[in-house]
Design a binder for this molecule. Structure first.
Ligand SMILES: O=C(O)CCC(=O)C(=O)O
Length: 240
């Protein structure tokens, strides 16, 4: 096992050497394609009629829950977040030729919540795919962890994630500070099919559009161990 918790805390990310067996990766690819094409329960996100993502994939897929629940990666997350960790959001991202996209440098600052209520510390309410989202206090974000499972070889040319090591350690970064962080140096996270990485949602990250027609499917799952203050509730709270 290659995982080291102190390194994750220092750098804000970890790329595993372990991978899923090829047959399990193929099963996840097929399941994620089914969800991205709008299988019941998942919300397919499209651009010009081509789907490039699906939300709500964990709640919609017993198969993914079962593969992940038995995986080495989730055992690691339970260890980091302590036994009562649960998944709070699951998204599949692809960068298909007809619906390519990029994202500028940012931190993941919002969580999905069942119902909007005015609670101190929960700000910037928005609605994504019909679901209320808000920015919670930084303490909640700083304890969360994201698992990204790569279903294709993900390299610079098909839009691999770029990150700024250590940028998660100062809480929420204001947009005017981002150029300084970028000058300190970024890294491209190339990961093979069936491989995975962990990252803290407060780690600054971005990704370029794909230059190829090769799939770049990533199953992105966010975990927490915090209950929200009443009456707020996580929109999804999937034990794995
Ligand atoms: O998958 C990617 O390339 C980026 C996704 C992203 O920025 C995000 O999850 O916030």
């Amino acid at each position: 096992m290659t995982f080291s918790a102190p390194q994750l805390e220092q750098q804000g990310y970890h790329i595993f050497r372990e991978t899923f067996p090829a047959n399990v990766t193929r099963a996840m690819q097929a399941e994620c394609d089914r969800l991205t094409s709008g299988a019941s329960g998942a919300v397919s996100i499209k651009k010009k009629d081509a789907a490039f993502a699906a939300r709500n994939v964990l709640a919609a897929s017993e198969e993914l829950r079962s593969i992940l629940g038995e995986s080495f990666y989730v055992a690691c997350i339970k260890d980091i977040l302590q036994a009562d960790a649960f998944a709070v959001r699951g998204i599949v991202f692809d960068k298909p030729f007809r619906a390519n996209w990029f994202v500028p440098w940012h931190q993941d600052l919002t969580i999905a919540i069942k119902e909007r209520r005015a609670i101190v510390g929960f700000e910037n309410w928005t609605v994504k795919a019909g679901i209320p989202h808000a920015r919670p206090p930084a303490a909640i974000l700083s304890r969360m962890i994201t698992l990204r499972i790569h279903l294709d070889n993900t390299i610079t040319s098909n839009g691999a994630l770029q990150i700024i090591p250590g940028s998660h350690r100062n809480g929420i970064v204001s947009p005017s500070e981002i150029p300084d962080y970028v000058r300190r140096g970024s890294r491209v996270c190339e990961v093979g099919a069936g491989g995975a990485m962990l990252m803290r949602p407060l780690l600054l990250h971005s990704s370029r559009a794909s230059d190829t027609s090769v799939h770049r499917r990533v199953l992105h799952i966010e975990f927490s161990c915090d209950e929200l203050p009443e009456p707020l509730e996580w929109k999804w709270r999937v034990p794995l």
